[in-house]
Design a protein around this ligand. Structure first.
Ligand code: SF4
Length: 63
């Protein structure tokens, strides 16, 4: 499962980084999402789906 992050849509809410800090971080300057892993292991699928669902701006999508 691959993650796409649209930094133009990201509002820096940080829900993703709070939910799965192994996969998502926020840039120091902009506060926008930084993907630490774009293709995390299947064991993280549930947590990643939760983070995508919690993102308030729709910046995250799965492929
Ligand atoms: S939860 Fe969404 S809006 Fe917030 S930092 Fe992550 S990608 Fe950006």
């Amino acid at each position: 499962m691959k993650i796409n992050a649209d930094t133009d849509r990201c509002v820096g809410a940080g829900m993703c980084a709070l939910t799965v800090p192994e996969v998502f971080d926020q840039s120091e300057e902009e506060g926008t999402v930084v993907l630490l892993q774009a293709d995390p292991p299947a064991s993280m699928d549930a947590a990643v789906r939760r983070a995508v669902h919690l993102c308030p701006s729709g910046a995250l999508s799965l492929a």
